[in-house]
Structure formats: C-alpha cells, structure tokens
Design a protein around this ligand. Sequence first.
Ligand code: ZN
Length: 411
Amino acid sequence: MRMNGYQLETVVKLVSGIKGRSPFYAEKYRDVDTDAVLTQEDFERLPFTDKGDLRSAYPLGLAAVPERDIVRIHSSSGTTGTPVVIPYTRRDVEDWAVMFERCYRMAGITEEDRIQITPGYGLWTAGIGFQAGCERLGAMAVPMGPGNTDKQIRMMQDMGSTVLCATSSYALLLSEEIGRRGIRDTIRLRKGIIGSERWGEKMRNRIAEDLGVDFYDIYGLTEIYGPGIGISCDYRNGIHMWDDYLYFEIIDPVTGEVLPDGEVGELVITTLRKEGAPLIRYRTHDLTRIIPGECPCGSRFPRIDIIVGRTDDMVKVKGVNMFPAQFDEVLSSMDSASGEYQVMIDHLNGRDTVTVFFETAVPEADRRSVEDDLVARMKSKVGVTVVAKAVDEGHLPRSEKKTNRIFDNRY
Ligand code: ZN
C-alpha cells in the first residue's frame, strides 16, 4: 500500500527524531542514518522491530518520553520469561479511546447502548480499552471482566445490556448457558464485539443467531495500544484499520520483503502518533492481507482480512505460503467434507507435492467428484494444486491443535 502524504510526512519526522527520544531505538538504529529516511522505499529498508527486542528493554527502556510523562503502563507476558512493558502518555491513552470510540460507532453502537465488557482488566490491555472507548462514546459500561457466568447473565438481564464484548469462546459459553436456562427472551443484546480470530463460520453464525446479535471483529495487540485499532463493518468483509494513527505493511515473513496488496503475509505496524513507546515496523506475527479496493460501507479506512493464523503455522510450497486456516476454510465450505483432514507435504521426483486427506460420508464409488471439487477449491482459494484423497469418517487421527494436521516431510 502506498503511504499517503500525511503518513509519509509523519513517518519521516518520527524516524529522524527517534534516536533522540528513545534509548531503545538509539541502540537499535546505531548504524542507521535516520536523517536519510525520506521516502517510502527508504523506510522499507529499516530493520524490523520484534517482540524479542522489546523484552530486552524491560522494565521502562521503551519509554520515549521523560518517565514523569508516563500515566499508565500495560504489559504483555507471552509464555516465556521477561514481560514487555509498554508506557503510555496522557495523549496515548486519549488516542486509544478515540480509536475505540470509532470502533463502537463503526459497529452502529451509540450512547443509548449498554456495553457489557467481559475481557479482563489489568496489566493486559483488553478490558480497560473497551471501557475507555465506551465512556468516550457516552454509552453505559457494565465492566464485568471475565468469568462468573451466573453474575454475567444476571447483570445482562438486570442492566439490559445491548452489547456484549467477549472472546468468541466466551460468547459461545454464554450463549449455551442462556439457551440451557431458556431465558433468551429476557436478554436484550443486539451487537457483539469479538476479538479477531478465525473460527468456523458455521459456529459463529449459530452463536450470533442464538444470542440475537450481529458480530463485529475487533483487532489489536498490547504492543500497539491494545484492542481497538480496527474493526469490521456491517459488510463483514475485513477489518477497517485506523490508518491516521498507524501505518500497515504486509511482508513475506521469510524474506522480509513488502508484499503487494491482496497477498497474504505478516502484518507489520508503525505507530504514527504514539508518544510513550513509538514502534517502527513492528512485526505482529499475525497473518493477513490488505484487501484492495473500497468497502461498500463507504468508509475511507483501508481494510485487512480477518487474521488467518500466525507466522509460526505457515508453510511455503511451490512458492506459495499456506496456512492451516486455509484448509479449514476450504473444507468447511464443502458440504461433502466432515472438516477433519490431514495434509502431507513431500518432495518427490524434484517437486513439492501436497496431499490432502479428508474425511467424508460420501460412499467410495462417488468420491472422485468430491476430490475434484476440493482440488478446484484449493486451486482457486490458495493457488496451489493439491492431491485430494477422501477417506472414511473416523479414519484420521484426532488432534487438539490445528497445526498438528500439517506434516512437512520435505526436510
Ligand atoms: Zn466497510
């Protein structure tokens, strides 16, 4: 995506001043002439920033302002070792709330609404972001945090909550509980704000229907403000991103090369206005693509696709990057496939082959057309020609983790 004039001007200013403000970048860019970054191409040669780099700045080494200007910190832990601490100035906190208010408005939520917030409050950024955006919008916050289903449902009934903010799995749990108690007609929910993750379209539609809500996917990460840096609109065809606060790139996660719009790769984000801890070319490790063209909703904000996976899950075959989510998606679009599958990638006679074993209830004599259907769908959706092998239901091993369904036998 080409930078617009505002983005380029802001990025050039940000980069040229960063060594003077941020000890972290002074060290990281020791060998970079930051005053020579004047064009988008110059910018695209700057080294990436990764989560591992941020850890090394613990506790407050990321601060690009005097510590007295820091009004809040958030932290992401990850599974290993030292946490990452992100300092926020007063303006950062305000900017985040402005973006979050936009998210609510994009989802058609108004000051008349009552927003039940079930993500957690604390070091991690989730709950407090939902809260600040809600208060800025002027809606009524019902700040629950996670868990305690009895109380969640009681408050939902008694406060007349109209919006539910939750993870998809928690929305499912609440929806099942409401169904079990037969109290659906006492619930006034009309919208759901759900963290962006790819989950089965069928399941998602069922939860939305059971709860009587429209779902919107919200995106964000603790290192870059938190949730609320983008959200889907009524057309649910991607996530509109607030490009006046952030600049987005999609890169090939292996080569680091910037990819053209429309191609799937790793999302990389640069903060345009952040004071406390500005980040330049931060690797999110989330896989998505920039959706070219205008959205029918008329919003001028560009879109990325729903996150299709993490870079760790990716495999490259015949020059094409593939992700478990793409197999899920293709198979769940086929009525004749059960959804269970296993993918074998081999290197035979000098070329890569991808064999997709999938379960079906279709009798053996009629499987040829189902296999051909899968091959055609994979070709059009992913761009790779696969070998399809239909097998009986219950034939493939079960696994909790989707990543365990792809076996790369080439190396
Ligand atoms: Zn739209």
